[in-house]
Design a protein around this ligand. Structure first.
Ligand code: NI
Length: 166
């Protein structure tokens, strides 16, 4: 396994719309393992393949509390098929170090995806996991947390990230 470089905003690759995974090959499984190691090292609660420069529809989430056993979930070709009522909460993103924003999301989601072995599953999620699923799904569409900010904060964060990159 290897720790991968996580792309930071405004890297244009973060805007790519990811392609469907045709087949869960050993290369995809290796990418999953490397992404998991990268996410835990960061540490983060979610990571999308787009964020490590791989434009494929795949993300991971682990929302287990600190001190709890890990609860790694793999979502390949995810589809959000149901959304519950909206709720607003703070979010961060490994592609925006040090940036937090209140984002309105569905408080519950039902997602359909393939697991690490290519087996289909359906999951009803709530709380932090529901938020992580929607945040990571956005990455696969090239959507970023800055897109949810008002014009003033957007400019502030944009400038902060440019300074951070140089
Ligand atoms: Ni993110």
């Amino acid at each position: 396994m290897a720790i991968l470089a996580v792309l930071h905003y405004p890297d244009p690759r973060l805007r790519h719309v990811a392609n469907r995974v045709d087949e869960v090959t050993p290369q995809i499984q290796r990418l999953i393992d490397d992404m998991a190691e990268t996410m835990y090292a960061a540490p983060g609660v979610g990571l999308a393949a787009t964020q490590v420069g791989e434009p494929v529809r795949l993300f991971l989430a682990d929302t287990a509390d600190e001190g709890e056993p890990s609860d790694l979930r793999v979502f390949i070709n995810p589809e959000i098929i149901r959304k519950g009522p909206a709720a607003t909460g703070p979010e961060g993103c490994l592609s925006f170090p040090g940036v937090y924003e209140d984002v309105s999301r569905a408080s519950t989601v039902t997602v359909r995806a393939l697991d690490r072995d290519g087996k289909p599953f359906e999951l009803e999620a709530e709380g932090l996991l529901a938020v992580a699923i929607q945040h990571e799904y956005d990455h696969l569409e090239g959507r970023l947390m800055i897109d949810y900010m008002g014009p003033l904060k957007k400019r502030l964060v944009h400038r902060k990230m440019l300074r951070h990159e140089s």
